[in-house]
Write a protein of this length. Structure first.
Length: 232
């Protein structure tokens, strides 16, 4: 089977200047994997957030340098180097000022931003405030986890009405793909929707999901196993 992360990198070819990753169920894994692949190409990569990230003490980002203050502004990255930059909160790495990120983008070939939060849920219905996608973004990767299928909506989908115990179905995903506050909200530039954790599905389930209507490029895969499931 084809590998997922190289396929994503190819989809963002020529629009990788600022990639925002939104949604739920795999954002940080995608961020780390794409940063590694772009760096292997010799690109200078900056990893950051417009919301919150796990601190490097909690998650291995694989970066060469880590900054939590304005010292990053005077740093000149080498080709193939990955640099992590965020503000240090008590429990999370916090977003720098968006103007600072825009300024830093001039010194990097790729800016990867985690631009959403879902509190560990597999799906998300956004509020008016999110996702936080800067105007200078050139690409967006929206992620939703199909591991939510069969689970109660109120537990699997952040922002859904509490107490709604209807199970998540393919129809639910179809609704979230078209809902104005759903998976595709705010996407800019080259837009790709990834239905993640597709390795837990049957072949027929994957086929059904691949046929869902989406106004952007829709793919199924597994970030954990780095597998892309192509249409039959």
């Amino acid at each position: 089977m084809p590998a997922l992360l190289p396929a994503l990198k190819t989809l963002f070819s020529h629009s990788e200047k600022c990639i925002c990753i939104t949604g739920s169920g795999g954002k940080t894994t995608a961020l780390i994997g794409l940063a590694r692949l772009f760096a292997l190409e010799g690109k200078r990569v900056l990893v950051s957030t417009t919301t919150k990230l796990q601190l490097p003490s909690q998650r291995a980002y694989g970066c060469d340098r880590y900054f939590f203050d304005d010292e990053v502004l005077s740093y000149a990255p080498d080709q193939g180097e990955r640099v992590f930059y965020a503000l240090k909160g008590e429990e999370k790495a916090l977003s720098p000022d968006v103007k600072t990120l825009h300024q830093l983008a001039e010194h990097y070939d790729v800016l990867l931003l985690e631009a959403d939060g879902a509190r560990g849920c597999e799906l998300k219905l956004h509020t008016e405030r999110d996702p936080v996608i800067p105007s200078f973004s050139t690409a967006t990767l929206a992620i939703a986890s199909v591991g939510a299928l069969g689970k109660p909506l109120s537990k699997a989908c952040f922002g859904w009405d509490e107490g709604d115990d209807q199970p998540v179905t393919a129809e639910t995903l179809s609704i979230l793909l078209s809902h104005p506050q759903g998976i595709c909200k705010g996407m800019q530039g080259t837009a790709v929707v990834l239905l993640n954790q597709a390795d837990v599905l049957t072949k027929q389930q994957r086929k059904d999901l691949q046929n869902l209507e989406c106004r952007h490029t829709l793919i199924l895969g597994s970030l954990a196993k780095n597998i892309l499931y192509e249409k039959d």
